[in-house]
Design a protein around this ligand. Structure first.
Ligand SMILES: [Zn+2]
Length: 685
């Protein structure tokens, strides 16, 4: 079935030692840029740079092999740059080996932003709107242009919840693509890895491993893990797959993980890892140490002269105090991210080196037991006290946010620069339920008998302190309990937020925010995703500017639109942004709920094509707004919200703020015509 023959493994993978009481092994392989010893951890250089690190600091940490993301590099700077400037090694001044992913994971993380078939996936660039085809062949060509030492095949990634037939179809497609990728690679000297898929189904995982090991790959990866399954499940599947992988090829567990995850996976026979955790947590001031995980943001470190870890020889620990790092992190200084990143990367590389030494020396099993206990520790020297009941624990502010106590005694989060308070008129969870959950009849939608196959997608625009998202989670949980989990529609909750300080602050003071007494928000903060034990509810965070995600996030059924107001964040209330949301949702009925009842916001929605109705009032507000992309949805809505009518239009004609700012006369008349001729006003009195 293969057209172009490949020789034996390009890597000359040699196992040097195996642990007698474990599946752990130490090996060496050769790349075009030198030898690599395993087990190995690859820092992630998404944009041809490991965030906040220099090539020198990476080398000092002990890093040997870097991972780069084909998808991001294809979109920017683009392949021409690599072709002209001679590949990634010269481009980023890294002279060790590089592994590139296929780009598949990023594309399939955005399931509705692309069209997919046997040929590959077509998607639109978030940088310049250009259309691209990612196929097994084009992915290989891209990775070759980047100049990667180890290439990955294009695979189809599926959610951890995928049913057997869906997982099987994706696995079979992945297999056909694997053959095509091998053909595309031909006899080129770089190494090529296949990827085992099969979701959480043991029979499929086994079949996938057995199929791929027949093909002339230089290594095999385990894909589709670390996407929402529990740790126990991941360990179990990892062990199951490694049992079915050949002993003479490297095994790579993609996207994993925390230090304890690495220890557990090495114990189960994995050789290679990559993960963004060490640098991502560094940005938030979290350091891995031999005595637990330190949160350097905590006030406990304000006056601490000691290094992060006295047993660590990294530059951060040799030269800087916890107090200085605490200060840098609190001030959002890049140097804090850089230094804690150095420490975390050094910690990871030391862990890998120790594991290797123990495997070679025969002591791995004992080391595993001792290290496992050590890595599970929290911050031992300064343990976190449980939150006090209703009085805020310090700090009561973080970045641009502070706690706000209302006259009625409930707490909210206030943005300091604008003075705006999230959910100012009633307790956050109360308002969230009234405006978003009750009005959208979320509970009824979850148990609609005919609908239980199709996933319900909710956009939570403006995560804030997670009041709306948690109201949705609790609504789902109540339905799940009442219906004992049967006949419930799967839910995908997507939160958009560019600044997590509000949620971080609320979570630190969770005694003041009962809606956060739940495991989900902390998972969103630490991992960006959480799923309900039933796997029927997936909650994920898209961190960044909402406007960058409109065309890429999964197509919504419901939109909870809760950004700051026009006064604070005008860009979120323009006709243009609602027009983009409207055209994104063309394919199916969508409903948008928002607290704003301002004329400017409603005009912006109407001009975009939405049918706009009055929503219920909240506190002193007599009404809010609901927008429908289909006129008939308003009529069918269980609350029958009244559409804005001729009287509203008459008031609009008299309004001083009739037009959005900065419109020319010509644009004004076009705009007025758009509104006056809107179908919603044709049939209303
Ligand atoms: Zn250190």
């Amino acid at each position: 079935m293969l057209k172009s023959p490949r020789g034996n493994s390009q890597l000359q993978f040699t196992v040097e030692a195996e642990s007698p009481e474990s599946r752990a092994r130490a090996a060496t392989f050769q790349t075009l840029h030198g030898a690599v010893q395993t087990p190995i951890f690859m820092p992630v250089g998404t944009q041809a740079t490991v965030k906040a690190q220099t090539v020198e600091s990476l080398q000092d940490s002990g890093a040997r092999l870097l991972l780069a993301n084909t998808y991001h590099l294809l979109l920017r700077p683009g392949l021409e740059v690599f072709k002209k400037l001679g590949g990634i090694h010269r481009f980023m001044n890294w002279h060790g080996p590089v592994l590139t992913d296929s780009g598949g994971f990023q594309i399939f993380s955005l399931p509705h932003a692309r069209a997919m078939d046997e040929a590959g996936a077509r998607f639109k660039s978030y940088v310049d709107g250009k259309l691209y085809l990612l196929s097994p062949e084009s992915s290989i060509a891209m990775q070759q242009a980047i100049g990667s030492d180890i290439l990955m095949v294009l695979d189809q990634c599926i959610p951890a919840t995928a049913a057997h037939d869906q997982a099987q179809a994706a696995m079979e497609l992945t297999h056909r693509w694997a053959v095509r990728a091998l053909d595309a690679c031909g006899a080129a000297p770089a190494a090529l890895f296949g990827i085992v898929q099969g979701g959480r189904h043991h029979d499929l995982r086994k079949a996938s491993a057995e199929f791929l090991r027949q093909l002339p790959f230089d290594g095999l990866a385990i894909g589709g893990l670390a996407v929402g399954e529990t740790h126990a499940e991941r360990y179990d599947l990892t062990e199951w797959v490694t049992e079915h992988l050949p002993a003479d090829l490297p095994r790579y567990l993609m996207g994993v993980g925390t230090p304890i995850d690495l220890l557990e996976a090495v114990h189960r026979g994995v050789d290679m890892f990559d993960c963004i955790i060490p640098t991502q947590l560094a940005q938030r001031g979290i350091a891995f140490t031999s005595h637990g995980k330190l949160q350097l943001r905590r006030t406990a470190y304000k006056f601490a002269p000691a290094p992060v870890d006295a047993r660590c020889q990294c530059r951060c620990c040799r030269e800087y105090s916890r107090a200085y790092l605490h200060h840098l992190i609190k001030s959002d200084e890049v140097l804090g991210w850089h230094l804690v990143g150095i420490h975390n990367l050094t910690f990871y590389q030391r862990l890998m080196r120790e594991m290797r030494e123990q495997i070679v020396g025969g002591g791995f099993a004992a080391y595993y037991r001792q290290k496992r206990a050590e890595l599970m520790r929290a911050d031992e020297e300064n343990p976190n006290r449980p939150p006090r009941k209703t009085k805020p624990a310090s700090p009561a502010r973080l970045g641009d946010y502070q706690l706000h106590r209302s006259a009625q005694g409930f707490y909210s989060i206030r943005q300091i620069s604008s003075g705006e308070i999230m959910h100012s008129v009633s307790a956050p969870s109360e308002e969230a339920n009234r405006l978003y959950i009750d009005q959208s009849a979320l509970g009824a939608r979850l148990i609609e008998p005919d609908n239980n196959i199709r996933e319900l997608v909710i956009w939570d625009v403006g995560l804030g302190a997670a009041a709306n998202a948690m109201a949705a989670v609790r609504c789902f949980e109540a339905c799940h309990r009442e219906n004992e989990g049967t006949g419930l529609r799967p839910v995908r909750l997507i939160s958009f937020e560019h600044n997590l300080d509000a949620l971080t602050l609320a979570a630190k003071n969770s005694g003041c925010f009962p809606h956060l007494h739940h495991g989900a928000p902390s998972k969103i903060l630490s991992h960006g995703r959480w799923q309900h034990a039933s796997r029927l509810l997936q909650w994920e965070l898209l961190k960044g500017d909402f406007r960058d995600f409109i065309e890429m996030a999964a197509l919504p059924d419901l939109i909870f639109y809760d950004p700051f107001s026009y006064k604070t964040d005008a860009a979120m209330w323009t006709g243009e942004i609602f027009a983009r949301i409207f055209s994104r949702c063309l394919a199916k009925p969508a409903e948008l709920y928002t607290y704003s009842a301002s004329t400017a916001a409603r005009v912006a929605m109407l001009s975009a094509g939405f049918f706009v109705a009055q929503g219920v009032g909240t506190g002193p507000k007599t009404e809010t707004t609901i927008a429908f992309n289909r006129g008939e949805s308003a009529a069918r809505h269980p609350l029958a919200p009244p559409l804005l009518d001729q009287r509203w239009l008459a008031r609009w004609r008299r309004s001083a703020a009739k037009f959005p700012a900065a419109l020319s006369n010509e644009e004004r008349s076009r705009f007025a015509h758009l509104l006056e001729s809107h179908r919603q006003f044709l049939n209303t009195p």
